[in-house]
Structure formats: structure tokens, C-alpha cells
Design a protein around this ligand. Structure first.
Ligand code: SAM
Ligand code: 2KA
Ligand code: SF4
Ligand code: MG
Length: 230
């Protein structure tokens, strides 16, 4: 059985500069770091190639950074090494999004602190199924995953740490699951609440729009998918 958090070097599936497409930072230029590995098993996950950490798929940083299509290859790097890569890649964005895979499988305190000390704002995207280990100034976007096939559950520490809760929905039962999470005493009462339609489905989008109006929640579309950017 794999032990968490992974505390050695970070395993990186891809790193790229784009526009944040989701949630409260939508529209913000950002450097994305996508970490390898996720045991949660959402059936509709749009990054299934990040689930397995296959030691045979470790490649050089150069090979991974030039990949043209998503695959399960990854490279290993330290926090300081990632900061140096930002310079060699010539990235201009001042906001960093750490995603995955499930980034909270890793101890992210070294990476988030190195980036914040270097002047970046830092955000993580997480399912809330692991304790979140990040620098205090990190913005936490929690996209809670309830009853997925990996058998993981939402931890109270993640609900308490969330700056925004961005819930993927396709049916009414997903809204009810969110209501139950919001009713938990641990949940940060100041968290911004977003509904994000699963896979741009029309029915999911209609439900999200109607529910947002009814509850005074915010709508998060995966805007990068509508305009065909990464
Ligand atoms: C791929 S996940 C990686 C980070 C983390 N494992 C998580 O689930 O938050 C990044 C974001 O994409 C969302 N997402 C993944 N697949 C999606 C889909 N098919 N439709 C809508 N949102 C999706 C997740 O809910 C999460 O907010
Ligand atoms: N542009 C863009 N915005 C995003 N916001 C969250 C993403 C993710 O996969 O975590 C994502 C992504 O993959 N691309
Ligand atoms: S938790 Fe995130 S990365 Fe893992 S399967 Fe679900 S959406 Fe995909
Ligand atoms: Mg994505």
C-alpha cells in the first residue's frame, strides 16, 4: 500500500503557461504544474493519464516539456529545480496553479514556499481526499469528490482550508452532496461556492445555471475548453 504524503521529489506530468480557465481566477495568466498520480477514480475525469505513477514512464525534463499530446510520462524535480525551470522556459505569468492528478498526495510545503518567496501567487486544485500541506498563503481550490470508486473520503482539514469550493455537477444528487459538505461544522463558512458542469454537457450546464441563480452561487465553466487552449 502506497503511503502519503509523497515527500521526496515531485513527479511532474506537464508544465505549461496558459490562462486559468476555471473558478475564481478565471482569465488569469498562469503557469500550470500537473503532478502525476491520483487514486480517487472519478469516472468522468478529464486527466486519466495522470492516475498511475509508472516508474517505467519516468523521462527527462526535456522529453516531458516538449510532449504534444497528453500521456502518462513524467519527470522528477525538486522545488528549487522547478523555479529554475520557470526561468529557462521564459514563463511570464506570476500566478502558479498546482494540479494533477491529485497534488495533495504530495507534501507541497517546500514548493509552495519557494514559489511564494520568489513573488508568485500560488493556487492548488485538489479533491479534498488528503490533508493539504501547503504554505499558508496558498489559495486552495477544493473540488470535492464524493463516493468515487477509489474509496477515498473528503477530509475535514480540506473543507476548513478551502478558499473556494468548485463542485463538479451533472445531476441533482451532486447538489445534495455539496449541501451535505457545506453543512459540516469544519467547512470554511467564507469559502466561495462554484458549480462546474461536468464535461460541458447541456443538461449539466442547465442545472448548474438554475442552481446558481437559486442559491446565489457562482458558475464555473471550463472556459479553456470552449476556446481550444490547454
Ligand atoms: C483534473 S482535476 C485535478 C485536481 C484534483 N485532482 C481535483 O480533482 O480537484 C482539476 C479540476 O478539473 C475538474 N474536472 C475534471 N474532469 C472534469 C470534467 N470532465 N468536467 C468538469 N470538470 C472536471 C476537477 O473537478 C477539478 O476541479
Ligand atoms: N486552462 C486551464 N485551466 C484549468 N483550471 C484547472 C485546470 C486543471 O486541470 O486543474 C485547468 C486546465 O487544465 N487548463
Ligand atoms: S480527483 Fe481529480 S485527478 Fe483524480 S480522478 Fe478525480 S478529477 Fe481526476
Ligand atoms: Mg484540466
Amino acid at each position: 500500500m502506497q503511503e502519503y504524503p509523497l515527500s521526496n521529489s515531485l513527479k511532474i506530468n506537464e508544465m505549461f503557461e496558459t490562462i486559468q480557465g476555471e473558478g475564481s481566477f478565471t482569465g488569469m495568466p498562469a503557469i500550470f504544474i500537473r503532478l502525476q498520480g491520483c487514486p480517487v477514480g472519478c469516472p468522468w475525469c478529464d486527466t486519466k493519464h495522470t492516475w498511475e505513477i509508472n516508474p517505467e514512464r519516468e523521462q527527462s525534463v526535456q522529453q516531458v516539456l516538449v510532449k504534444q499530446a497528453p500521456d502518462d510520462s513524467w519527470f522528477s524535480e525538486t522545488a528549487d529545480g522547478i523555479l529554475r525551470l520557470f526561468a529557462t522556459q521564459g514563463y511570464l505569468a506570476k500566478h502558479v496553479v498546482i494540479t494533477g492528478g491529485e497534488p495533495a498526495m504530495y507534501d507541497l510545503r517546500p514548493l509552495t514556499s519557494v514559489l511564494i518567496d520568489a513573488g508568485y501567487s500560488v493556487q492548488i486544485e485538489t479533491s479534498g481526499t488528503f490533508e493539504i500541506l501547503v504554505d499558508d498563503k496558498t489559495w486552495v481550490t477544493l473540488s470535492p469528490k464524493v463516493n468515487m470508486q477509489g474509496g477515498y473520503e473528503i477530509v475535514d482539514q480540506a473543507l476548513a482550508r478551502a478558499d473556494e469550493i468548485k463542485h463538479p455537477i451533472a445531476m441533482l444528487k451532486h447538489v445534495e452532496e455539496l449541501d451535505a459538505l457545506l453543512a459540516r461544522p469544519a467547512t470554511n463558512p467564507a469559502a466561495q461556492i462554484f458549480l462546474q458542469p461536468i464535461s460541458q454537457q447541456k443538461r449539466a450546464t442547465d442545472l448548474a445555471v438554475a442552481t446558481c441563480i437559486q442559491r446565489n452561487w457562482r458558475l464555473s465553466l471550463q472556459t479553456h475548453k470552449y476556446i481550444g487552449i490547454e
